[in-house]
Design a protein around this ligand. Structure first.
Ligand code: AHG
Ligand code: MN
Ligand code: MN
Ligand code: MN
Length: 336
């Protein structure tokens, strides 16, 4: 572990040394980290706090909202709206954008988040998390419009997640590699544990929800069948399978030890490109994976090149160890 470098000191050094992080972006990241700390404390209360179970409402995705979906969403909004660093926010749990109220100074950044990722794990005490992505508000016009958010993932200026697992760990990139910070609950601060995270280019571990096999497109079936064929099959090696049902946990595992994560298009909802959302799940995770030397496509093209047209746009996701993602993508292109 690095000598006790706090997130604050790390960001100041990145700001001072590389000029990568303007003061307002550093403030934004510190505020998001503090909000994640508060969400972590709520998550850790479990049944001892009023945070478990459903809230009895539905979100714009048609999903039943869990109490923690709403608590996390409100925590992120309350933490970020008054600081003067943001112009607007967008969230999985809100239909439209949330423009910073006039009583607060408007900043130059746009913040998107999945406030509570892996909601189906909440009531079984399994890892969950928060995912966030930061864009700059386009110049040249007053106010903020939903279309200001419709920027490809390559335009992100910061992206990260906080995983609420055995440890609460914040994982972050501002375009200069990936760093990890674990929450020291005694000090109440995030402490640097890893920087320049690298994903191995090869792996023997894939992550996909196998129960959807009959709904997959041929290239995904071909890839997974070859993994299952093991060392007697065309891959000549045995594979392991993992599926945590929380993207933050599966991506964290891949950043820590490699692997390939797939949530592909399937024919259950053929009109949708997939289950995961481009703006606040796929794009931030894709940038982290690419910054760690991995790859992220929708099966055919780089996720971060996709031009969004809707706030809650879905996308098919294949990300992780470069050589495996290349193979899955090649199988899609060969099938076209
Ligand atoms: P969310 O809880 O924010 O709606 O996201 C859940 C997503 C993602 O975290 C996970 O990889 C995937 O849903 C799991 O889907 P299945 O339950 O279909 O396996
Ligand atoms: Mn959800
Ligand atoms: Mn999610
Ligand atoms: Mn969510």
């Amino acid at each position: 572990m690095k000598k006790n470098i706090s997130l604050t000191r790390y960001l100041v050094e990145q700001q001072r040394v590389d000029g990568l992080i303007p003061g307002q972006l550093r403030l934004l990241l510190e505020v998001v980290a503090r909000a994640c700390k508060r969400i972590s404390f709520a998550v850790n209360k479990g049944e001892l706090g009023d945070v478990m179970g459903t809230a009895g409402s539905e979100n714009v995705q048609g999903e039943v909202q869990k109490k923690l979906d709403i608590i996390a969403n409100e925590t992120l909004i309350e933490a970020n709206e008054w600081g003067g660093h943001l112009a607007a926010m967008a969230s999985e749990e809100m239909e439209g954008i949330y423009v910073v109220p006039n009583r607060y100074p408007q900043g130059e950044y746009l913040l998107m988040f999945d406030p509570l990722d892996g909601s189906s794990n909440i009531d079984i005490n399994m890892s969950i998390g928060t995912i966030f992505s930061v864009l700059k508000k386009p110049e040249g016009h007053p106010g903020v419009h939903e279309s200001d958010f419709f920027q490809p993932g390559t335009q992100q200026v910061a992206a990260g997640y906080c995983i609420y697992g055995p440890q609460t760990t914040l994982v972050l990139t501002v375009g200069d590699g990936v760093s990890m910070f674990t929450l020291d609950r005694e000090q109440g601060s995030f402490v640097l544990i890893e920087e320049n995270v690298k994903i191995p280019e090869d792996t023997k571990e894939f992550a996909i929800n196998m129960s959807n096999m009959r709904h997959w497109d041929e290239p995904v079936k071909r890839y997974v069948d070859e993994c299952l064929a093991g060392e007697e099959g065309p891959r000549g090696k045995n594979f392991n399978m993992r599926w945590v049902a929380a993207m933050v946990a599966d991506v964290h595992r891949i950043l820590c030890r490699g692997g390939v994560f797939m949530y592909p298009w399937d024919k259950r909802e053929p009109q949708k490109a997939g289950k995961l959302r481009l703006m606040y799940e796929a794009n931030p995770m894709s940038w982290l994976v690419e910054q760690a030397g991995g790859m992220a496509t929708n099966g055919r093209q780089r996720i971060m090149d996709i031009q969004p047209t809707q706030l809650h746009e879905r996308v098919s996701v294949v990300l992780g160890s470069k050589n495996e993602v290349e193979r899955v993508t090649r199988y899609h292109l060969e099938a076209d």
